[in-house]
Design a protein around this ligand. Structure first.
Ligand SMILES: Nc1ncnc2c1ncn2[C@@H]1O[C@H](COP(=O)(O)OP(=O)(O)O)[C@@H](O)[C@H]1O
Ligand SMILES: [Mg+2]
Length: 249
C-alpha cells in the first residue's frame, strides 16, 4: 500500500488573545494510505479542523512535517481539495459557475469549464439546476454543489470538514451513499471529520479518535465490515457503542 500523506510529529500552537499559547495539536503522527477513507472524530476543540487545514496547506504546522508522496507540503496543492462545513458557495454565481470556480482560477476556457462542471453536476444528480442560484437551493443541494466544486478539480485527496453536519437525517444518509460511490469509482483518498459516530462507522475504513487539551490522537480503529454497511449488523452497533464510550472518557 502506498503512503499518500504522512503526518510526522506535527504540532500546532496558537496564541490566545491574552497572549497565552494554545496547543491545538500535540505530536500528531499518522499515515494515510492511497484510497483510504478515514474519519476523524473527537470532542469539540480537539483540533480536527486545524488538522485538516494543515493538510490542505492553508496553514503551516508550528513544528513537525506533513508529506504528500514524500514531498514536504508547505502550501495548497491542486491534488488536495477541501469541502467546508458551511458550503461556502458564492451567492452571486449560478450553480454551474460555482462549480467551475477553481477551473476559472486556473484559466481554463469557458467552454471547457462548463463541460467539466456539467459532468459533475450530473454526478451529483442536479443537472436541471445549473442556472439556479445558491439561495434557491436546500441545504442538501448546496452541499452537493460544494462537493462537486471540489471534485471538478480532480483532487486525489478530498478533505471534508463535517460536510453533512447541517443536513437532516434523510439527506445525510443519501449523501453518505453518494460519497461512497464517488470514492469507489474515482479511487479518491478521503479524510472526513464528523461529529457523528454513526457516520464514521458507516463510511470509513479507519476511525481516528482524538482527545482534547492538547489535541492528540487517542486511538486509530480499523473498521472491518463489508460495504454497503448494514446498520442492523450487531458489529455495527458494538463499534458505535465502543466509540461513544471512548468519546465520553
Ligand atoms: N486561528 C486560531 N487562533 C487561535 N486559536 C485557534 C485558532 N483556530 C483554532 N484555535 C483553537 O485551537 C483549538 C482547536 O480548534 P479546532 O481545530 O477548530 O477544533 P475542532 O475542529 O476539533 O472543533 C481550539 O482550542 C481553538 O480555540
Ligand atoms: Mg471543527
Amino acid at each position: 500500500m502506498n503512503t499518500c500523506i504522512k503526518i510526522d510529529r506535527v504540532e500546532k500552537i496558537f496564541k490566545s488573545q491574552e497572549g497565552f499559547d494554545i496547543k491545538a495539536l500535540d505530536t500528531i503522527n499518522m499515515d494515510v494510505n492511497e484510497n483510504d477513507f478515514i474519519c476523524i472524530v473527537g470532542p469539540s476543540g480537539c483540533g480536527k479542523s486545524t488538522l485538516l487545514r494543515l493538510i490542505s496547506g492553508l496553514e503551516n504546522a508550528s513544528s513537525g512535517d506533513i508529506y504528500y508522496y514524500n514531498q514536504k507540503l508547505t502550501k495548497p496543492t491542486k491534488d488536495i481539495g477541501m469541502v467546508f462545513q458551511n458550503y461556502s458557495l458564492l451567492p452571486w454565481r449560478t450553480v454551474l459557475d460555482n462549480i467551475g470556480l477553481g477551473l476559472e482560477f486556473e484559466g481554463k476556457p469557458k467552454k471547457e469549464r462548463e463541460e467539466l462542471s456539467r459532468h459533475f453536476l450530473d454526478i451529483i444528480g442536479m443537472a436541471e439546476f445549473e442556472k439556479a442560484y445558491p439561495y434557491e437551493l436546500s441545504g442538501g443541494m448546496q452541499q452537493r454543489v460544494a462537493i462537486a466544486r471540489a471534485l471538478v478539480n480532480n483532487p486525489k485527496v478530498l478533505l471534508m470538514d463535517e460536510p453533512f453536519g447541517a443536513l437532516d437525517a434523510y439527506t445525510r444518509i443519501l449523501l453518505q451513499r453518494e460519497l461512497l460511490k464517488i470514492w469507489e469509482l474515482n479511487k479518491k483518498t478521503i479524510l472526513f471529520v464528523t461529529h457523528s459516530v454513526d457516520e464514521a462507522v458507516y463510511l470509513s475504513d479507519k476511525i481516528v479518535v482524538m482527545s482534547n487539551k492538547p489535541g492528540q490522537i487517542k486511538e486509530i480503529i480499523e473498521v472491518n465490515m463489508q460495504r454497503p454497511r448494514d446498520r442492523a449488523n450487531p458489529l455495527y452497533g458494538k463499534l458505535t457503542e465502543k466509540l461513544l464510550n471512548m468519546l465520553e472518557e
